[in-house]
Write a protein of this length. Structure first.
Length: 269
């Protein structure tokens, strides 16, 4: 009886892998990347406390919509009026790091988001075929990027009167290539992944968050443009991407660049 039950369990597991295996694998990899970015933020948090012992820092996992609205309303009474769910909030993958200024106001110095999408490189290297009939080398790119835009806009709202925007988006996977990449199958044959085909690349769906500024470049310092004689401030996300996994060592210098922009203004406030 136990053997029969075990066989049935094994059969159901195999059926699950056949029907939704790629989704399960993708979800696991995305969760690993999310956790890496969260760990990175906590490393940065400890580093900032050590490097600036005279300043007070705090780390938060989430931010309430109510608090965001209060900030908007304090800048202009027409803003920050509408809210329906009292406990509505945002929760960036890497959390939120803040520092207290001389007026005892908490100010954001780092927000990180992670996106892992596209396992084509790993699949090709392992000789795994994908698709409904397991006869394709490439998977059609997914669309799991909408939440990023929501979080970005809410951080823009709460930082409406800041001159910096330390929002870093770390992308990882074959859906975020910026140049062609050649991958070898187990038999030694090569597959060229093109970065400019719509079925694979999804970066264009995220560059609206940085006004199509260059990728892999620090955009933490706000840009000011002039329209009809009036100055308009633009807050751009810093988008960094790799086809392979990020390491904390690679991410730290990127944060240092953002923090330098902030501390330059912070000292004079």
């Amino acid at each position: 009886m136990q053997k029969m039950a075990k066989k049935q369990t094994d059969r159901l597991r195999i059926e699950k892998l056949k029907s939704s295996g790629p989704k399960e694998i993708f979800r696991n990899n995305a969760q690993i990347h999310d956790k890496l970015v969260n760990n990175f933020s906590k490393v940065v948090f400890e580093k900032l406390k050590k490097d600036f012992p005279n300043l007070e820092f705090r780390f938060r996992d989430s931010l309430y919509k109510k608090e965001i609205n209060e900030k908007l309303n304090s800048v202009d009474s027409r803003l920050g009026i509408t809210i329906f769910v009292e406990k509505a909030s945002i929760k960036p993958d890497g959390g939120i790091i803040e520092v207290k200024d001389k007026n005892n106001n908490w100010r954001i110095v780092l927000v990180c988001e992670a996106k892992h999408q596209g396992k084509d490189i790993d699949n090709i290297r392992q000789g795994i075929l994908v698709g409904k009939n397991n006869n394709q080398e490439l998977m059609v790119a997914g669309n799991a990027i909408e939440r990023s835009h929501k979080n970005i806009n809410e951080i823009r709202n709460i930082m409406i009167n800041e001159k910096h925007f330390p929002y870093i988006l770390f992308l990882q996977g074959s859906n975020f290539l910026t140049e062609p990449e050649t991958i070898k199958r187990p038999d030694g044959t090569e597959v060229i992944l093109k970065h400019d085909i719509g079925s694979l690349n999804r970066i264009d769906r995220l560059t609206s968050a940085n006004y199509s500024l260059p990728i892999n470049k620090n955009s933490c310092e706000n840009i000011f443009i002039t329209i009809d004689g009036k100055s308009v401030m633009l807050q751009a996300v810093s988008i960094y991407t790799k086809s392979t996994e990020w390491t904390i060592e690679e991410m730290l210098p990127i944060n240092d660049g953002c923090f330098k922009n902030f501390i330059k203004n912070f000292r004079f406030n």
